[in-house]
Design a protein around this ligand. Structure first.
Ligand code: ATP
Ligand code: MG
Length: 475
């Protein structure tokens, strides 16, 4: 059951902030900038319209006043009928209108007669005499109302090729009245239509709208990229932390299991150790006696002694692993440790046709270490190397100062069988062995010793090409 825990952790992938953030924020940014630009340009359009409408009204009132004062009144005083179709009267009216609108932003001025919905005068000469052009606004103005209508054709799309021109006209209709005191009731004589061309303003407005959309999209886009970058980083950090936590949990699990296993192993090993000692000494005594009585069977007792010695070795290994001693650190030379181990193992190497090539750095500085523990670590590695070369070979032992001159390294390389990638990944774990009579504790003990010395151990190996173990210790 316990083994499932790390797997569960792996599947619980950290929340992908980036993806969620990317799509929602992009949508929010686009909608926000569009709404913002529409709000601003609508507001501006309304202000512009209100101003233009007020302007048109004042202008229309002024034109109406001027026409009455300078055209209608003089004719009335001379007792003449108003007949605009008369070219002289038309010219006079035209003069009045043009002087009243001179310099103003006016596209056209048109006067509709009261009867027959006919145009009696217009600054656009083609329209003069036309009938029925006055629409509902004309009717309302005849009833005394001031009316403004906006005719516009234009949006952002008009900037696209082939979409037609932008046009915008504000048309204001007001009644043309007689003035007091000549007409106390201010009778309506006709309708004046003043057209203001707002195309340029609308064009500027649409340009402003486009500009707002463009700038807000650019700014928001920049902001979005910056945020995305930050969020992506945060995501990576979260992911790294989760991964770290997962590893830690696996490690903790592993060491908890090892600790309980270690306790069990230690107590069993301890119980075995004493009877084993008794068996061995008894077998030795027995061997001597059997030797006297039946010399041909004395090798049987020897077998018991050999096997109990081997068992003793295994039990000691178990105990070493299960109850690692704290190193008693003293200044020492790695070269001395290696010299002692290789001297001790030299006869065995000789027997197995193994050659030792030492390349010790003579100027190697001392490190703080526990001689016995490092001796044992080197021995375990050398025994493995020896076992990996059943038909003999060479072991290269090298020591030296690391490039940064802050560490001492030692390397033990052999020309043995080497190992697979799979094996390589787990050789430092306890009970991992490829040998029929191995316990798989040798390298686990080496790792413990190196860890307790705050050192680092690494291994390079390829199947069939030998293996190299490198240890590094801080100065
Ligand atoms: N120099 C080497 N060449 C090839 N394989 C090696 C070498 N050193 C270690 N191994 C592999 O790593 C395994 C684990 O080694 P380790 O020393 O921990 O255990 P072991 O030698 O099998 O048993 P023991 O507890 O008796 O040492 C070995 O079984 C072997 O497969
Ligand atoms: Mg071993």
């Amino acid at each position: 059951m316990e083994n499932n825990a790390p797997g569960d952790m792996i599947s619980a992938k950290p929340f992908r902030l980036v993806k969620f953030f990317s799509f929602t924020s992009l949508a929010v940014i686009i909608v926000t900038s569009l709404v913002l630009s529409l709000l601003i340009s609508n507001y501006t359009k309304n202000v512009l319209l209100q101003r233009s409408e007020a302007y048109n009204l004042v202008l229309a009132e002024n034109v109406s006043h001027q026409i009455f004062q300078q055209f209608v009144l003089p004719l009335a005083l001379q007792n003449r009928q108003i007949a605009v179709e008369d070219p002289r009267q038309f010219k006079q009216l035209d003069k009045v209108v043009r002087s009243a609108t001179h310099g103003m932003n006016v596209h056209s001025v048109t006067i509709f007669s009261k009867k027959e919905n006919q145009i009696s005068y217009s600054t656009i000469s083609d329209l003069v005499g036309e009938k029925g052009l006055g629409q509902v606004e004309y009717e309302r103005a005849l009833n005394g109302e001031n009316v403004s209508v906006l005719r516009l054709n234009g949006s952002l799309l008009n900037f696209l090729p082939g979409m037609g021109d932008i046009t915008c006209q504000l048309r204001t209709f007001i009644p043309l009245r007689k003035e007091k005191p000549f007409s106390p009731t201010r009778d309506v004589m006709g309708v004046i239509e003043i057209v203001q061309d707002l195309t340029d303003d609308l064009e500027a407005l649409i340009r402003l709208q486009a500009w707002i959309i463009f700038t807000s999209l650019t700014i928001m886009g920049g902001l979005f990229l910056a945020l995305r970058f930050i969020v992506a980083r945060a995501d990576r950090i979260i992911e790294a932390r989760t991964e770290e936590r997962r590893k830690l949990e696996v490690k903790l699990n592993h060491s908890q299991r090892l600790a309980s296993l270690g306790k069990m192993v230690a107590s069993v090993a301890h119980e075995i150790k004493n009877p084993l000692g008794i068996i061995r000494s008894t077998a030795e005594i027995l061997g001597k006696r059997v030797g006297k009585v039946a010399p041909e069977n004395s090798h049987l007792a020897e077998i018991i002694v050999q096997e109990t010695t081997r068992l003793d070795g295994i039990v000691r290994e178990f105990l070493d692993f299960a109850r690692p001693q704290q190193p008693r650190l003293k200044p020492l030379l790695i070269n001395d440790v290696l010299a002692r181990v290789t001297d001790f193992m030299a006869p065995e190497f000789g027997k197995r046709n193994i050659e030792i090539k030492r390349n010790f750095d003579p100027a190697l500085p001392h490190i703080q270490g526990d001689f016995d523990q490092l001796y044992q670590a080197c021995m375990n590695i050398l025994v493995n190397a020896m076992q990996a070369m059943p038909n003999g070979g060479t072991i290269f032992i090298t020591t030296g100062l690391a490039i940064d001159r802050k560490k001492v390294f030692l390397s033990i390389a052999d020309t043995g069988t080497g190992m697979s990638e799979e094996m390589l990944a787990q050789i430092f774990l306890p009970f991992v062995t490829s040998k029929s009579r191995g316990t798989g504790l040798g390298l686990a003990i080496v790792k413990n010793i190196v860890d307790n010395h705050h050192g680092v151990i690494s291994v390079v190996s390829r199947q069939g090409e030998g293996a190299e173990f490198i240890m590094e210790f801080q100065l």
